[in-house]
Design a protein around this ligand. Sequence first.
Ligand code: DQQ
Length: 574
Amino acid sequence: MAISAIFLSAVFFLIYGNGVLPIEATHHVYRNLQTLSSHSSDNQPYRTAYHFQPPKNWINDPNAPMRYKGLYHLFYQYNPKGAVWGNIVWAHSVSKDLVNWTPLDHAIYPSQQSDINGCWSGSATTLPGGKPAILYTGIDPNNHQVQNLAIPKNFSDPLLREWVKSPKNPLMAPTQANQINSSSFRDPTTAWKGKDGYWRVLIGSKVHRRGTAILYKSKNFVNWVQADHPLHSAEGTGMWECPDFYPVLNKFPLTTGLDTSVNGDHVRHVLKVSLDDTKHDHYLIGTYDSEKDIFTPDSGFENSKPILRHDYGKYYASKTIFEDGQNRRVLFGWVNESSSVADDIKKGWSGIHTIPRTIWLHKSGKQLVHWPVAEIESLRVNPVHWHSKVVNGGETLQVTGVTAAQADVEIAFEVNGFGKAEVLEHWEDPQILCGRKGANVKGGLGPFGLLVFASRGLQEYTAVFFRIFRYQNKNLVLMCSDQSRSSLNNDNDKTTYGTFVDVDPLREKLSLRTLIDHSVVESFEGEGRACITARVYPTIAINDKARLYAFNNGTASVKITKLSAWSMKKAKIN
Ligand code: DQQ
């Protein structure tokens, strides 16, 4: 006890004393903690059972997901030596089903001048003959960010265990001539091929405060030339990390994914950027002129409208792949922590990935739809079904029969009594609105939804809920994930998240799906039109002490038209 107190206060000193070195680019650097090995045990209430995470240490961005010879490969930014960011290598796992993962040796680690100070994020491209190639960012001896190429040593190895780096690395570098900022030049996308036969790739960057997606072109994937203009840029947005650029189908069946090089009348393009300033993944939908290499978003960053996000909670540095065999586009993302650095060191790990999501264009054409890959449903057991239950104002109904700390829950609500909806006089930022009107603030039509990781006396709970407002003579649906009472441990970030969902409650049921996994709550509203991911660290509501409730804290009653909840089996992950 005394020793751990001394250890924690030493950690505290390192963090809040002189140990913090915020760097201009990307993650906080805690130099003194980067190689502090941890003694994490498997018996921890917060380790996830079916989300991707390594046995210990720090994990961040998913890198170069791909499918090769029937196996999924996932690489990720990893610190082999500690629970904070640093010593970054590409760790590597493989899977047959996107659910169970087997770890392999690290695939890419510092070994050349062009990556001797770090191997940062990158992407895979399938070259002719089905051969994968990886472009990634290396940190060179001058701490300049440069782009490197690696290819498998043995293409007949389905595990792709060894990767050889091009002797020509770096293939793209900041120079005096190109005026690229050497500390803001990273995270190459999957490349795509134009009709002219040239490969194109984007590199995230900024010029002063203008976030920029620099475009490079190449005939042979080795010699790359910077295009005379970026694909897109936006003033005031700061550094663009981990760009992703891909087509989505704009005709039925919308769920069909497209190869990254496809373009045409039936296609819209998505540009996603991870904003270093806000640590959120934003995307724009628009048109890509592949002859002029111009991307024109329908609504851009300069517009005063809120910019769409893959997820309105803790979520960053995502990346998609097109999966040929399944004809779908799958999104992988990193869930950053809400626990303190001291707690991360104590538990011995930090960071997980979300359940991979299939994404496609919504029929409105105005946004993407996200849905957990169907494979995850193979973990569902012991279903509990409710058919039609009214929840009166002030009522809380327990969902029994599921392992509430490890579950998949689908619920749909029918609402009436629109006259009781609260009036919203002025548009307000939805996250702030959710913070102001949390789950325990009584309303008219809502708040109603789920209480997850709830303790018996409701001292702790995370609330995922809807609240309907009357705004400009329309019904406006607010979706919140309220973490304010998620834990009695006040060291956690308990920010409440929220977004408006483009659902018309007069015509559709309000649906919610929530994946609950020990310290993560991934919620999908409006059949995937809005996602919110939260990391929570309850102190009482852990393992079999966790409960699940449906609740309604509005004055109008609501009807649950359907509830299906499953206990989830543990996946074999790393
Ligand atoms: N993480 C990587 C960078 C990227 C950032 C470094 C985003 O390549 O820009 O670990 O989280």
